[in-house]
Design a protein around this ligand. Structure first.
Ligand SMILES: Nc1ncnc2c1ncn2[C@@H]1O[C@H](COP(=O)(O)OP(=O)(O)OP(=O)(O)O)[C@@H](O)[C@H]1O
Length: 356
């Protein structure tokens, strides 16, 4: 296993002129040895480009890739000793499950007894022990992808295992189980795992550290908790959460915040001028109309989502969302309320970046 350091940028164009010409804007980051990481972001944000640069399928147009301090920028995938699991199963139909799992080890000349032991361990983790002697050809797409996952995890000496949206073909119920399973496997095998996905639930359940990307830019590397509580960029606030963070335009001046024509006393020192106030629907508390220090709002809609109630409100000329517990007495549609928008969980942003 290795610590992987990236200090690079990548453009598929020969002479990039502007930010939009880059698939990856200049970045400097480190994947620690033995960590469980997710690369999360919408389609086209640069996740696969970053993965391919790490695996050696792509050479960055500028900068370096280091494994344990050693420059590997131009090393082949073979030299980097990386295992990769793709969206679709890559297995040999003519072999049994056990032979498929053993293949990466056999290829590297691992002794037979060791292969048997490791294949047994991986099959047990993936609950495939009873299928070891079955031909891969007859298995479902789900089962085949499980073999691919096993093949990715079977070598204990790899620098890292890279997963590119590996659960795409998996049935939703099994997907849920495998996400948890992979986390458990990470705990047991202590491999460096890097998992690409556009699905926040997948990223947040699997990873200890999540790299959030948008339009070629890494906007935050943090724990799932940090992404939720202290989004470093408005994109993270909006992309993580269900629904995402609410944002209000505000103006700070002499200890007061002006929000849509209402003045609220600021609860912390803030730089003067225009800001955006971010508050998650989970933390947007409703109070009786006219409560001092609250923002006047009107209830537009209350929806029962099952595990929570979603309240849509109009305040300061825009729509905000609040999540209430299923047991809470919901406000009436059209009712006037006060919103507690300031508090320990509120965040402020200037130019999309979190104000520390
Ligand atoms: N081989 C290529 N040649 C030119 N442009 C490319 C190439 N591969 C990717 N791109 C562009 O680089 C940007 C980043 O693409 P990338 O595939 O890395 O994103 P992604 O986040 O993995 O998206 P997806 O989830 O859709 O695969 C996109 O604008 C894409 O169109």
């Amino acid at each position: 296993m290795a610590k992987i350091e990236l200090d690079l940028a990548h453009s598929y164009k020969p002479t990039p002129q502007q930010d939009s010409d880059y698939a990856l804007l200049p970045l400097n980051m480190c994947f620690e040895d033995g960590g469980a990481y997710a690369l999360l972001g919408p389609s086209g944000c640069g996740k696969t480009t970053m993965l391919n640069i790490m695996s050696g399928l792509l050479v960055p147009s500028q900068g370096t890739v280091r494994f344990d301090g050693q420059d590997m920028t131009r090393a082949t995938p073979q030299q980097r000793n990386i295992a990769q699991v793709f969206q679709f199963p890559v297995i040999y139909d003519t072999m049994t499950v056990a032979e498929n799992l053993a293949f990466p080890l056999k290829n590297r000349g691992v002794p037979a007894a060791q292969i048997r032991q490791r294949v047994g361990q991986i099959a047990e983790m993936l609950e495939m022990s009873h299928q070891l002697d079955q031909a891969a050809a007859g298995l479902s797409a789900d089962q085949k992808q499980k073999i691919s996952l096993g093949r990715g995890l079977v070598r204990p000496d790899v620098s890292a295992v890279l997963f590119d949206e590996p659960l795409t073909v998996i049935d939703p119920h099994l997907k849920w189980q495998l996400r948890r399973k992979l986390k458990q496997i990470h705990h047991e095998l202590k491999l460096t795992l890097i998992y690409v996905t556009h699905d926040q639930v997948e990223a947040l359940t699997f990873a200890d550290q999540v790299v959030v990307m948008t339009r070629g830019r890494v906007v935050q590397l943090g724990t799932p908790d940090a992404l939720f509580e202290r989004p470093a960029h408005t994109f993270v606030g909006h992309f993580i959460g269900s629904p995402g963070m609410n944002f209000l335009q505000a103006q700070a001046s002499g200890g007061t915040l002006q929000i849509g024509g209402h003045a609220l006393p600021a609860d912390r020192a803030l730089p003067e001028g225009p800001l955006r106030l971010g508050i998650r629907p989970e933390y947007l508390a409703l109070a009786p109309a006219g409560t001092p220090g609250t923002l006047p709002a009107q209830v537009r809609q209350v929806q029962d989502i099952g595990t929570y109630q979603l309240v849509t409100l109009d305040a300061a000329g825009q729509a905000l969302k609040a999540r209430l517990s299923p047991e809470a007495v919901p406000p009436a549609t059209g009712a006037a309320v006060g919103l507690q928008v300031l508090g320990a969980h509120s965040c402020f942003y200037r130019d999309e970046e979190l104000i520390p």
